[in-house]
Design a protein around this ligand. Structure first.
Ligand code: ADP
Ligand code: MG
Length: 382
């Protein structure tokens, strides 16, 4: 075994005090990940909980699977014209946490492709577009072919978050009018060519007359039947509310990601939307709890993730902490998951993408860093 490519991770884990299905892990030592990482040895440590023991039959577990994924472009530098975002404050010992939670394999795509996933919430401003951009690019980095449809017609901004606003020349309206071909309306990302953006119409325009669920189904079918590049994932960024735009956005979807924040207004809207999705035949609904602040949860000023789970009764796809880097990345048009070094929210989005691909085949993990200083962070991983 080549020592240069061996990373030994030493971490402790314990069960979540309230929910035994969640394991908390925290690193004991800070290590720099050598690149490329071809072998990963996890030393579960002396405080390993029954949960971690069940996930690894012996205290030391060696994972030998597919190094090709890691030696490929996943960790390689991103070539873009814009300067990569550098977090102002020193973030976290992310290389280690990332290594603890990162996988030396490509995730196994579950379900039939293309998977048509609507990202919805009911309430506006909770993070649907942020989630679409970050999960979409994470999936592209994992080598899946992704088309993100911005179905928020009046207030389109997925193009801005992705930094692609100057490259949207044609939209679906022009395609339907016969003014251009579908592939001309697809904007290929400059960083990951397997990620494409499709906008329904120009910003601030109204939903085109006659454009409804059937037109979107036609569009999704046209994307599926593309010969050269049939997507693995079609992500639909849904508008807020539950009116015509929402109904249109959910029509072609087979599964949904419900984004909510841990506050009562967002939860009520999320609950209403869950009912509407189920009425529409979408039974595969997972939730992302966004903008979680552990300091407020500890002070009992914010609902915990478990409270949210109890109220909505939906499987958890991810827990995204409140992170100022999200706002900075939004303003830069540079999605968080591309940041180097990664931020906590970026890693949380990445793990949500993994769980989406594998359809919850992993156990939820809550990463807790720097326990002595009382700094906590959550990541959903199932
Ligand atoms: P929506 O599409 O649901 O209307 P957006 O994705 O546009 O919501 O997000 C609304 C605002 O919230 C944006 O300014 C975004 O930067 C911010 N935001 C979203 N998630 C987070 C987060 N985890 N931490 C901090 N700010 C966030
Ligand atoms: Mg939005």
């Amino acid at each position: 075994m080549d020592n240069q490519n061996l990373l030994v991770l030493n971490f402790s884990s314990r069960l979540h005090p309230q929910d035994p299905s969640i394991v908390t892990v925290w690193p004991k030592r800070r290590l720099q990940s050598p690149a490329p990482l071809t072998e990963l040895v996890i030393d579960a440590g002396s405080q390993a909980s029954p949960a971690s023991a069940s996930s690894s039959s012996s205290p030391t577990k060696t994972l030998n699977s597919a190094p090709a994924f890691l030696s490929g472009n996943f960790f390689s530098p991103i070539s873009i014209n814009a300067k990569p975002l550098k977090p102002k404050s020193k973030p976290y010992s992310t290389s280690l946490v990332k290594a603890v939670l990162q996988w030396n394999r490509k995730p196994q795509l579950a379900g039939e492709t293309p998977r048509v996933v609507v990202i919805t919430s009911g309430k506006g401003g909770v993070g649907k577009t942020t989630t679409t951009a970050n999960i979409g690019l994470s999936l592209a980095r994992l080598d899946f072919s992704v088309v993100a449809i911005d179905a928020d017609v009046g207030l389109r901004n997925l193009d801005l978050l992705l930094g692609l606003e100057n490259r949207v020349n044609y939209t679906v309206v022009e395609v339907l009018n016969g003014d251009c071909r579908l592939d001309q309306a697809l904007v290929r990302d400059k960083r990951w060519s397997n990620f494409e953006l499709l906008c329904i119409s120009k910003p601030r325009s109204k939903l085109p007359i006659g454009f409804g669920g059937k037109a979107l189904v036609w569009l999704v079918d046209a994307l599926k039947s593309r010969q050269e590049r049939s997507p693995d994932f079609i992500l639909i960024d849904c508008p807020a509310g539950i009116d015509a735009g929402f109904i249109t956005a959910i029509t072609p979807a087979n599964e949904a990601v419900l984004v909510t924040t841990p506050d009562i207004t967002s939860l009520r809207d999320a609950d209403r939307v869950t009912g509407l999705l189920e009425c529409d035949g979408i039974r595969d609904i997972k939730m992302i709890v966004n903008r979680v602040r552990t300091d407020m949860i500890k002070g009992e000023d914010m609902m915990s993730v478990l409270d949210v789970q109890e109220m909505l009764g939906l499987p958890l796809l991810g827990v995204i902490p409140e992170d100022a880097e999200v706002i900075r990345s939004t303003n830069r048009g540079y999605p968080l998951v591309l940041n180097k070094p990664p931020t906590l929210a970026g890693m949380a989005f990445e793990q949500a993408a993994w769980r989406l691909v594998e359809q919850d085949s992993m156990q939820a993990v809550m990463v807790e860093e720097e326990p002595k200083r009382g700094f906590f962070s959550f990541l959903g991983w199932g």
